[in-house]
Design a protein around this ligand. Sequence first.
Ligand SMILES: [Zn+2]
Length: 288
Amino acid sequence: MPVWVRPSMLAQIVGVVAVALVAGFGLRFALTGSDQHGAPVPRPAVSPAVSPVADGPSALAGRTVVLDPGHNGGNSRASAAINRPVPAGGFDKECDTVGAQTDGGYPEHAFTFDLAQRAAAILRSRGARVVLTRPDDGGVGPCIDERAKIGNSAGAAAVVSIHADGGPAEGRGFHVIAPALSPDRANAAILAPSSRLAGTLRSAFGRATGQPLADYLGKEGMTIRSDLGGLNLSRVPKVFLECGNMRNRTDAAEIVDPAWRARAASGLADGVTAFLLEADSPSAAPTR
Ligand SMILES: [Zn+2]
């Protein structure tokens, strides 16, 4: 039996349905976003309570930050030096690797060095002392154990090892790697603060770049690993930031764009700053 609907009621129904569709679409977009091919991709989780990022020239006075640009420009010409095993926290691992590159030939070592310099300038403008683990992009190494030692002997309040991944071409997004307990169990003291650093960095980097969380590994843009010498040998809070997947066309287009790298640097600097200021706040003091 046909249901009779008055025209005015019909208009009301159409209006309600339209509002519901628009609201539903908006919600779905906010939750998932959409890549260029229309496939849903996860968006970085932005914590509702954003830590204040002080921009003043003395906000980070007295703090040391070590930025570790992954790989080096000379590694590809020094395979013997790069492949030699070095201590990695209960086992040996090769000194370093050549790193990834985009299909267009932009190498990871150049990207990480550029990003480190940009982020260092921002952190210095806030009063931090910033140490880089290599002075230029034309040398060899340093090996992963030496990189960790630089952070330790600088007395760094935070260390970020900067990388870009060479993952599967269809995989997109950035992720942060936090330390797990190393096989020699010597990095136990840094696990909790490094986890906090991973959280502030993930939040700030996602917010600054709009880059989605990695959809091809980890969980919610995070992996926890005990196979990286750089994390196993650190005695100060340290994480790796994998800024994107160089083998993915969409990520690569961002990575080669200097304007994107400027946003990435401010996200990196903001994540470190939030971590350092959070550590200063009374709510972060140890409870007795
Ligand atoms: Zn790398």
